[in-house]
Design a protein around this ligand. Structure first.
Ligand code: MLT
Ligand code: MN
Ligand code: ZN
Length: 338
């Protein structure tokens, strides 16, 4: 499995348009100590040809343009607005193959992106779907709760339907599921979603008690190599499900939003602690690094890093503390082969 970090920053990216924190200032000044970053998203592929996005950030256009594997190519897997998801078609598979290549929208339009999986319903993980409306046949996998919010409060379901009528697929918790390509053939990847937290996005007014499946982690496995990725870009605590998933993983990419719980409070940006926003801080005795740093997983990295997080600066002591544990502070374009 190939894993590419399309965007390693939390909402707002780095630099954030309206922010003058030390990191945002340093990036705008062209500092060699800190890399600019786009908003949180990942791309995975079993065969190196067809790709699935995990979360679709508002920076998706830039991220695709910066990733040669995601660009339109001759004869490569993609999907078409005319050939909807094959499970909705009445034709038997043999009849389908006789038609024009179902992967292409037309002779000049197509994509190697087969679909996406959503780990929550936050804008920074979903708003990019509006920017992919030009291509149809796209499958969106999410939990029931996320689907409800993307139907009701942020109605991507109805907004996208007239453009590319994406096919929405339920992502059940704790269930191993094959990820098919748009033509129904296996992608070589399986996925298992597990709950990491219950958190209601700010634009939703539901009670948290009804938010089962609102924030999930994904355990993705390559059926050929056995390579295993655990992705949890938002997590407020290290629960049993996550601990169990990482025990088998070759690569763990987790929430590195804040260095400290009071990071935004100290900067006068917000009055909410990181944990209340659904993000366990990296540092401290009960922070995520104390746990992640001790895991025997070959590849470990922080993703979804907020622009205020001091570990972003390569020359800072926080960055050194993370890397001394064998953990990477992810950058856009990082790739792993599992
Ligand atoms: C988060 O990660 O906490 C959310 O994306 C917050 C937001 O963007 O409003
Ligand atoms: Mn976010
Ligand atoms: Zn900033």
């Amino acid at each position: 499995m190939r894993v590419r970090i399309l965007g390693s920053a939390a909402g707002g990216g780095l630099p954030q348009w309206n922010c003058r924190c030390a990191n945002c200032d340093a990036v705008r000044a062209g500092s060699p100590d800190i890399a600019p970053r786009t908003q949180s998203s990942l791309a995975i592929s079993g065969d190196g040809r067809a790709w699935f996005l995990i979360n679709v950030s508002p920076d998706i256009r830039r991220q695709i343009l910066d990733s040669p594997d995601l660009l339109p190519k001759e004869g490569i897997t993609g999907s078409s607005s005319l050939a909807r998801d094959p499970r909705e078609q009445a034709d038997p598979p043999s009849a389908r193959t006789e038609k024009r290549n179902p992967y292409h929208l037309s002779a000049v339009r197509g994509t190697p992106i087969a679909g996406c999986l959503l780990t929550d319903a936050e804008f920074d993980h979903t708003a990019g779907l509006l920017l992919m409306r030009e291509q149809g046949g796209f499958t969106i996998y999410c939990t029931d709760t996320v689907y409800r919010w993307l139907t009701r409060e942020f109605p991507l379901h109805d907004l996208l339907a007239p453009f590319n009528h994406p096919f929405w697929q339920k992502l059940p918790l704790d269930t191993l599921k094959e990820l098919p390509l748009p033509d129904g053939s296996p992608s070589g990847l399986t996925v298992r979603a597990f709950e990491v937290d219950r958190h209601v996005p700010r634009y939703v007014h539901d009670d948290v008690s009804t938010a089962g499946g609102s924030v999930i982690g994904l355990d993705i496995q390559d059926t050929k190599t056995g390579g295993r990725l655990v992705y949890a870009p938002c997590l407020a605590s290290i629960g049993d499900a996550l601990a169990k998933a990482v025990a088998e993983a070759d690569c763990v990419l987790i929430d590195g939003t804040f260095w400290t719980d009071d990071e935004l409070i100290r900067l006068g940006i917000s009055d909410r602690p990181g944990r209340a926003m659904g993000h366990l801080p990296v540092s401290g005795a009960d922070g995520s690094l104390a746990w992640l740093g001790g895991l025997k997983v070959p590849h470990r990295a922080y993703v979804h890093i907020n622009n205020t997080n001091p570990m972003l600066n390569r020359r800072g002591p926080e960055h050194a503390e993370v890397t001394a544990c064998g953990v990477r502070v992810a950058e856009d374009g990082d790739e792993f082969n599992l």
